[in-house]
Design a protein around this ligand. Structure first.
Ligand code: BZD
Length: 899
């Protein structure tokens, strides 16, 4: 393991820990591991699991050293910090990442030799920290790695869920959800801080402006050290656990009311119990708002307390702290910061507002209206009465500030409407005049002429009356009020008249000094479709920050073989920290010997994945075919169903072929992975369909290695680390305009995998960086979606391949015909579904793109050449670049590095 992957100077050399065991500045790591094994774990023998744990505890000690030094330094220098507020951090495993980031891989490999083990050998014993659903949570984890690597003073703040993302298993062909007991064996990667506690209140009543909570819990901090790569900096992810104020109500206990005696404890337990497994929609649940407020309140109180240790005037807070709100989940921060400043620290409203709006920034991750959180006023009122009062106050002040603008915009709209009506009337009048003239000319007798004139006059009078009536109706419309409403943070529920909602995205936009989307196209769409009225007022507030991923985890460590080849070619491993250097690989694409080695690495990674597939699914797959991968949360908009249908068609055709024709087929292994939210009806059926296709195809001797289909259960960070390096083709096929960015597309590209995809999210920028000629792009463009959705209402002209494959499912070729019936109908029967994501529209061009894939794959030299260009072209997607942009363009946070 020593020779492979990038080498950083060991922190043992550059950052000597205080208690060096042998006194000579060299820590006896093997001795330390043995100590952990004996004294911390009291383990009778060193099996893989115990060995993993003792190594982890030893690494923990190194992390604590680095953590303390970093925070001592930051405490002394007092730089501005960024606080990344996120309900999710999808960290995955820590051991390999921490050891490599600190440059300790050689030292620990050496130490482990004495136990007859390797780092790779114990790596698998670690359970993923899965405190996130998908892209949003994983992005937060990549950002922490980059912030530390760039020496930026910054912390993450979130919740220490006791149960993370559910474990997915497949039973009888269907997804089942199992609890994620990730803390069962203890967690060596956290430091409990019983001295860092804050009270957080809920419910209760208002006495004037004073809030008397009806329920209170304690937030207790756990710190997760975040080591940067090749730097002494080790920053922090602070996660909150919830504790009751009183463990046991003794009065109740003594009165024999045992349930009541532990009620507080139970309520506190609920708050940090479980991560909501929905990656869109399903807001409205009181417990979720409770979770959001819980971690936001604790984080803001904590930051303010630290600020006040050094400063007395809170007006200076924005010079020392910036809070980045990851999606709408933490946006109650707008009201909570106001409350803390006004109610706890005694500031007047205006001063508090000035501080708040200079400290907060908001990132949007979705354009799907149903996924933008809107909390019922009734829920907010009950759980957080003071916050609801403040939100009303914020809204009133805000609407007052846009009153003049709304008045003039309203008047303009009214005038425009009037002009539009009059123009239409004038055009109609002209038409009538022509018709009247024609009628007059056609009239031959004086009677006919008179009748024609009378008819024309009558039509004219009627039209004038109609116009007058319409204009009178128009005049009654209060355009000014309509415009004003479009700005309101508090709105009526359009699906449930009478219910009022707090639009959390609007609250965030009003309360923040910066708002950003996560890919170029997405940042445009939020300007034109989600927040256009706000953009009109403050265009400068709206920015783009295209997502990125950490090259440490997603290239260097998950693919040490490719990483070694890159380092050899470039003559340096500096690319791990400066991803732009990857561009230096371009000339190597023309070198046949290099291409051969590139292919050999891909082949080795495919072999490793094949082995893994065999272990978890029992399916045997050859390493020769094209490995075609779609791994991500299961969602209708991500269109795994379209991929599945195309595979069914491929399968059917293979079966119909002659042996001669079969020889020309490019063999494929189609790999799927992803979780369906437990209550997402259609998503669960999509999982079941893929599993059913796999069962049928893989057991069909007629097909053999020409086609295999695999559903890998429990897709998570660690699975991704095995799957991504092995992929040759990856699918990012969302309906244009629906995927904000995507981040796995970047990981695949950096590992030399081709992309088949739509003009959506970051695919577009990947195309710009790789050269569009190297991507398989298909499908309609985002601008066409609305029109196509209209037309689709009577869209009959389905591609025959689409119909043929769907008919086969309907006929029960994959079993469960009844179960799959409404899934099929959702895209194929306009009376029962409406194919909202336009699968039928895009299917033909998708199939054509797949044919292009096969064509290119037959030419392995050309395929490899372009694969190299993917890695060479996409250094832009390093999260180091993204974070550098956030730091400079939003946070105004500078690096603070120890000498
Ligand atoms: O965020 C994702 C988007 O869908 C991706 O396009 C984008 O690349 C990433 C990162 O910006 N959004 C999510 O992952 N969203 C969630 O996981 C989520 C979780 C809870 C509630 C709502 C959404």
């Amino acid at each position: 393991s020593r020779a492979r992957g990038p080498m950083v100077r060991s922190v043992l050399e550059i950052n000597k820990p205080a208690n060096t065991a042998n006194g000579a500045g060299k820590v006896d790591l093997a001795g330390e591991v043995a100590n952990e094994l004996k004294y911390r774990l009291a383990a009778p023998k060193a099996d893989t699991d115990k060995l993993y744990q003792s190594v982890a505890w030893s690494v923990h000690n190194r992390l604590v050293d680095a953590f303390d030094k970093t925070h001592e330094h930051w405490n002394k220098e007092d730089p501005k910090h960024v606080y990344y507020l996120s309900a999710e951090f999808l960290m995955g495993r820590t051991l390999t990442n921490a050891v490599h980031n600190m440059g300790l891989q050689g030292d620990y490999a050496e130490a482990l030799k004495q136990f007859g083990q390797t780092l790779e050998g114990v790596h698998g014993a670690e359970t993923d920290a899965a405190l996130g659903n998908g892209g949003l949570g994983r992005l937060a984890a990549c950002f922490l790695d980059s912030m530390a690597t760039l020496d930026l003073p910054g912390w993450g703040y979130g919740i220490r869920y006791r149960y993370g993302m559910f474990r997915q298993a497949i039973k009888d062909g269907l997804q089942v959800e199992l609890p994620d007991y990730w803390l069962d064996n203890g967690n060596p990667w956290e430091i409990r801080r019983p001295e860092t506690r804050f009270n957080v209140g809920f419910y209760g009543k208002l006495e004037g402006d004073k809030w008397v909570p009806g329920e209170e819990v304690i937030a207790e901090a756990y710190d997760v050290p975040i080591p940067g790569y090749g730097t002494k900096t080790c920053s922090n992810l602070r996660l909150w656990d919830a504790l009751p104020l009183v463990e046991l109500d003794l009065d109740a206990f003594n009165a024999g009311q045992y349930e009541k005696a532990v009620e507080q404890k139970r309520k506190a337990d609920d708050i940090a119990a479980v991560l909501y497994p929905n990656d869109a929609t399903e807001y409205g649940k009181e417990l979720r708002l409770k979770q959001q407020f819980f971690f936001v309140s604790a984080s803001l109180q904590d930051t303010i307390a630290r600020y006040l240790e050094k400063h007395s005037d809170l007006a200076g807070l924005p010079e020392k702290a910036c809070f980045q709100m990851n999606d709408t989940h933490p946006t109650i921060a707008v009201a909570e910061l106001m409350r803390l400043l006004i109610d706890v620290h005694g500031l007047p409203y205006d001063k508090a507002w000035a501080i708040t709006t200079k400290s907060l920034a908001y990132t949007n991750h979705t354009v799907m209206p149903e996924a933008l959180e809107k909390w019922p006023v009734a829920v907010m009122q009950k759980l957080l009465p003071r916050h609801m009062q403040l939100i009303e106050q914020i809204n009133d002040a805000w609407l007052a500030s846009v009153k003049d603008h709304s008045a003039s915009k309203g008047a303009q709209l009214q005038a425009a409407k009037k002009a539009e009506r009059e123009a239409a009337a004038a055009a109609a009048k002209e038409e009538r005049a022509k018709a009247a003239a024609a009628a007059l000319e056609a009239a031959t007798t004086p009677e006919e002429k008179a009748a024609a004139e009378a008819a024309a006059k009558k039509a004219e009078e009627e039209a004038e009356a109609a116009l007058k009536a319409i204009l009178e109706e128009d005049a009654k419309v209060d355009y000014v009020a309509e415009v004003l409403k479009s700005y309101s943070i508090i709105q009526e529920n359009q699906w449930n008249k009478g219910e009022m909602l707090v639009n959390m995205a609007y609250l965030a936009v009003v309360g923040s000094f910066a708002v950003n989307g996560v890919a170029a196209i997405h940042s445009e769409i939020i300007k034109t479709d989600i927040f256009p009225q706000f953009v009109e007022l403050t265009p400068e507030k709206f920015q783009n920050k295209t997502n990125g991923v950490t090259l440490r985890r997603w290239l260097a460590y998950c693919n040490p073989e490719l990483s070694a080849l890159i380092t050899e070619a470039l003559g340096t491993d500096a690319w791990v920290k400066d991803a732009t250097l990857l561009a230096g690989l371009k000339p190597f694409a023309e070198d046949a010997a290099f291409r051969k080695r590139w292919r050999d690495v891909k082949f080795a990674k495919k072999a490793a994945l094949a082995k893994h597939i065999k272990e978890v699914t029992g399916y045997e797959v050859s390493t020769q075919p094209l490995f075609d991968v779609q791994v991500k949360r299961i969602h209708e908009y991500k269109r795994q169903f379209m991929n599945a249908i195309s595979i069914i068609y491929r399968y059917k055709k293979i079966k119909e072929m002659s042996p001669e024709e079969r020889k020309k087929v490019v063999p494929r292994v189609c790999i799927f992975g992803g979780k369906a939210a437990s209550a997402y009806y259609m998503a669960k059926k999509i999982v079941a369909l893929v599993v059913a296709i796999a069962a049928k195809v893989n057991n069909d001797p007629e097909v053999g290695d020409l086609l295999k289909v695999v559903f890998l259960p429990n897709y998570n960070v660690s699975e991704a680390e095995v799957i991504i390096p092995a992929a040759e083709l990856s699918q990012h096929i969302s309906t244009a305009g629906t995927e904000a960015s995507g981040t796995s597309n970047m990981k695949f590209a950096l590992n030399g995998s081709f992309i088949i995809g739509t003009m959506d999210g970051a695919n577009i920028e990947i195309g710009e960086n790789t050269g569009f000629e190297n991507l398989f792009i298909f499908g309609v463009q985002a601008e066409e979606i609305n029109r196509l959705r209209e037309e689709r209402k009577d869209f009959k002209d389905y591609d025959p391949r689409w119909t043929e494959a769907l008919e086969w499912v309907k006929a029960g070729a994959f079993g469960r015909a009844d179960y799959f019936d409404d899934l099929v109908a959702s895209v194929n029967d306009m009376t029962r579904g409406n194919d909202w994501f336009l699968l039928a529209n895009d299917f033909a061009s998708y199939m054509d793109a797949q044919d292009e894939v096969d064509k290119l794959y037959r030419d392995q030299e050309e395929w490899t050449r372009r694969s190299i260009l993917y890695t060479a072209g996409n250094g832009f997607f390093s999260s180091d670049r993204t974070i550098d942009q956030y730091a400079k363009e939003i946070w105004s946070v500078q690096p603070c590095r120890q000498a």
